[in-house]
Every structure is written in C-alpha cells, then in structure tokens.
Design a protein around this ligand. Structure first.
Ligand code: SF4
Length: 212
C-alpha cells in the first residue's frame, strides 16, 4: 500500500475514534498486566467479568501472592487455560516483588522475563500502560494487515515489523487499538463488513463482501 493510502487509512480510523482504548478494564499497570495475561485465547468481556471481583480482593503482587494459587483460581476459573495462567501469575507476582520493587517494568526485556508474558503481552503493556508506540499483533491485526495490504506477512513478527515501518509516525501510538477494533467489529474473520467499511476504497482485499 502506498504512503498516501496508508496516511488516509489511519486518518479515517482516527476520525471515527480519536481516542481509542483497550476494552480491558484496569486501573494500574499491574492490573493491566494481569488482565492481558488472562486474555490469551479469551474474550475481553470474559476477562473483565473475572477481574472485577479479583481486583476488589487483590490488586497488587503482594495481595495476589496472599491469595495463593488456589485462591486465585477461584476468581479466574471461568477463563480458558486458567490453571496455567494462575501458575504464571503467581510466579510473575513473586518476581515483581523480589526483583522489581513490586512495580511493573516498562521495558521489553524485563517484561518478557516474566512468566506468561511474551512479545505480544509486552507490547500491549508498553503501549497501553506506558505510552510506547508498539504494535501488538493479535489475530485481528494480523488479518487486517494482510487483507488491506497495509503490512502483509506470513507470521505475526513479520507483520509487526512491517507495521512499524508502514504506520505513519503520528498514528503509531494508537495504531494498535484502531486496527484491533477495526478487525473485531468491521473486518471480521468470517464475513468482513466491507459495504460499511470506511477504508473500502483503499483496501486491496480481493474477496470483499459485495454491497448487495
Ligand atoms: S474493505 Fe472489507 S476486507 Fe477491506 S478492510 Fe474493509 S472490511 Fe476488511
């Protein structure tokens, strides 16, 4: 996709939603980190339902350690893969207390050293909690980047690297949320809503859904 089209694509997404936000509910970087760990292969709605009660009971590494793994599981057992996620969260809380003064670190290397935190989770936390212009490529962003021709690639890392070059600088901070929301609600996996899509004329997807 040419530079002018990329600029126009983001200008339109930005006009629709000037201040895009994550749909995960959180108050602190720590709560965001826990919510993002829980969100792997789960919906934001499901995570929010669980964390609403969890964060009332425990919202710091120390208080989650006090709950213990069994206690934590009681709050998150409606979420997929909760056994593994509980073990990772307990291990992460222990490391935060022991090595990071109970604070969520802002840099990639430190974040990725935490159990349950991969590149995607680190990108979300760096972007959403600390205002870094990172782009966490999830299934929605991967699909939109490929369909539109914005940043085509065979795997998420290729798409991430291409997006970091393709997204105009002034849109990079919010690009992550614009593309996720566009993929979740418009450029849906099974049947994209092309007739209603504001970037339809810029998009290079050959199998666009017809208007009638
Ligand atoms: S035109 Fe269709 S395929 Fe292209 S971005 Fe919009 S919804 Fe997705």
């Amino acid at each position: 996709m040419k530079a002018a089209a990329r600029e126009e694509l983001f200008a339109r997404l930005a006009e629709l939603n000037p201040h895009p936000k994550t749909e995960l509910v959180y108050r602190t970087p720590f709560e965001l980190l826990i919510a993002v760990i829980l969100s792997a292969q789960a919906t934001d709605v499901g995570v929010n339902k669980a964390t609403r009660k969890l964060f009332q009971a425990a919202d710091t590494p120390e208080s989650i350690l006090e709950l213990g793994e069994a206690g934590l599981k009681r709050f998150i057992n409606s979420i997929g893969l909760y056994n593994a996620k509980a073990a990772n969260i307990i291990a992460t809380c222990r490391i935060l207390v022991e090595r990071f003064d109970s604070q969520v670190p802002a840099d990639r290397e430190a974040l990725e050293s935490l159990p349950g935190v991969g590149r995607k989770t680190a990108n979300v936390v760096m972007n959403t909690a600390f205002g870094e212009p990172t782009i966490a490529v999830d299934t929605h962003i991967f699909r939109v980047a490929n369909r539109t021709g914005l940043a085509p690639g065979k795997n998420v890392r290729v798409v991430e690297d291409k997006l970091m070059k393709a997204v105009p600088g002034k849109y990079r901070l919010h690009a992550h949320h614009w593309l996720i929301l566009h993929g979740r609600y418009v450029c849906k996996a099974r049947k994209p809503d092309c007739p209603q899509c504001v970037v339809r004329d810029l998009c290079r997807y050959r199998a666009k859904t017809p208007t009638t």
